[in-house]
Design a protein around this ligand. Structure first.
Ligand code: HEM
Length: 424
């Protein structure tokens, strides 16, 4: 990997984190107070924290922020009343093409039906054996072993990108290109800035990245189609996908794949990092999971409830309605605070405890309802493979006492930035 590209990726990851950091308050204590006192706030709470939010794309639209589990569930479930089409506004060229997250109604349903089979466990399990597990063990974990110490966030930054790019079907022999694509994908996330001094440059960089990624992906799509698209990779599967006689053209495959890059990389990075923090801070739980690998997925699910990386989701009210006695006008933005709903004491017993034995109940770390993350089996499988490889190959894994303790931060895109560990 070229050093220039590596530092580009690390720099842009840090830029994204600082952009979504928000003010330095105890978020969970604040949310507990909001649930008790103002469960429906007549304002954009993320704006108050200084974090960019798509709820603020049109400053003339009123915004309401929800903190309770039941209210967030109602909004996430009802995609007719609470729509997503507005997500395409304000992001220009990035939202040209097949962008599932910004589609509503029958169009979303038919596209989702077309794409869903490509992401089902049956496909993902085949990828797991043939690609995911091998890449994580051979290319990442085994080369780290002689050092007996690491910042696990270095590993976390690179492995999801490496895995997803392999699944997508990018040429395996050009690793420097993959790092470049990853830096471009992160530049898209750093696009919306609250600081006006940074806004113009960030938007320009995001737009350049959007175009560069399009050209790079389109080249591979055209090539795969010309070769007959018979492979097991995501691009070939998307080319072959069909629903009610409809299939995807090259532009649609390209724009869908491009939309996956920011969706699939650093979300997995931070989710893995947060899971490891919980386990390393609770060594008894770590040992239980090491001894019984049936607990790996429970630990992942609980970590996603406890500290979701995507801390809020926004929808727009299609009609006037009422939530907990508060009137929501037609066209208003509704911001659902997932981090708060996931700790709602009326939904979860001992909600502030990381408890892998808790009774399963839906939480919103991957969203919920029609737009629920289509890549969740991919993400969970990657994290499962990463944790299993670490447990198999790094005995006596523990936090490095000579380094700063890990901290989970960020009002949005939440997770740790450093995670220093030792093993025997
Ligand atoms: C741990 C990692 C991940 C997290 C936390 C995450 C989180 C989410 C969330 C919260 C949503 C819902 C958005 C909404 O309701 O508006 C979503 C949607 C989506 N995610 Fe993920 N995601 C992750 C990994 C992935 C991966 C690996 C892929 C692809 C391989 C992916 C592709 C998508 C797509 C395409 C959607 C849009 C679905 C739709 O609108 O119908 N995500 N994700």
């Amino acid at each position: 990997m070229s050093e220039a590209v590596k530092s580009d990726l690390e720099k842009v990851f840090a830029d994204v984190a600082s952009n979504y950091q928000g003010s330095d308050i105890d978020l969970h204590a604040t949310y507990a107070k909001m649930r008790a006192e103002t469960p429906v706030l007549e304002a954009n709470f993320m704006e108050q924290l200084g974090v960019p939010s798509i709820a603020g794309v049109d400053p003339n639209r009123p915004c309401y922020t929800l903190f309770k589990y039941d209210d967030v569930m109602r909004v996430m479930r009802d995609s007719e009343q609470f729509t997503s089409g507005f997500i395409a506004e304000g992001l220009g060229a990035f939202f040209d093409g097949l962008i599932l997250t910004a589609m509503d109604g029958d169009l979303h349903k038919s596209m989702r039906n077309l794409l869903q089979p490509v992401f089902l466990p049956e496909t993902v399990n085949r990828w797991k054996e043939q690609r995911i597990d091998r890449v994580i063990r051979e290319e990442f974990i085994k080369p780290m072993l002689p050092n007996k110490s690491a910042d696990l966030m270095d590993f976390a930054l690179y492995f999801p990108i490496r895995v997803i790019y392999s699944l997508i079907g990018f040429p395996e022999d050009k690793p420097e290109k993959i790092k470049q694509y990853a830096a471009w994908a992160l530049a898209i996330l750093a696009g919306p800035q609250v600081d006006p001094a940074k806004a113009e440059a960030a938007k320009k960089a995001a737009m350049e990245a959007v175009v560069a990624l399009y050209d790079a992906i389109k080249e591979v799509v055209v090539q795969r189609r010309a070769e007959g698209a018979e492979g097991d990779d995501l691009i070939s599967r998307l080319i072959r996908a069909e629903y009610e006689g409809r299939s995807l053209d090259d532009h649609e495959v390209t724009t869908f794949v491009r939309s996956l890059l920011p969706a699939a990389g650093e979300t997995t990075t931070r989710t893995f990092g947060t899971l490891m923090v919980q386990l390393l801070e609770n060594p008894d739980v770590l040992e239980r999971v090491r001894a019984d690998r049936g607990l790996v997925n429970k630990a992942i699910d609980e970590s996603i409830r406890y500290e979701p990386v995507a801390t809020f989701k926004v929808r727009q009210a299609a009609n006037a309605t009422e939530i907990r006695g508060v009137q929501i006008p037609k066209g208003a933005m509704v911001s659902c605070i997932v981090s708060s709903a996931n700790r709602d004491e009326e939904a979860f017993v001992n909600a502030d405890k990381f408890d892998i034995d808790r009774k399963p109940r839906p939480s919103f770390g991957f969203g919920f309802g029609p737009h629920m993350c289509i890549g969740q089996f991919v993400a969970k499988t990657e994290i499962n493979c990463a944790l299993n490889a670490i447990l198999d190959l790094m005995p006596n894994l523990r936090l490095d006492p000579s380094k700063p303790a890990p901290k989970i931060t960020g009002a949005q895109l939440r997770g740790p930035h450093e995670l220093h560990v030792l093993w025997d």
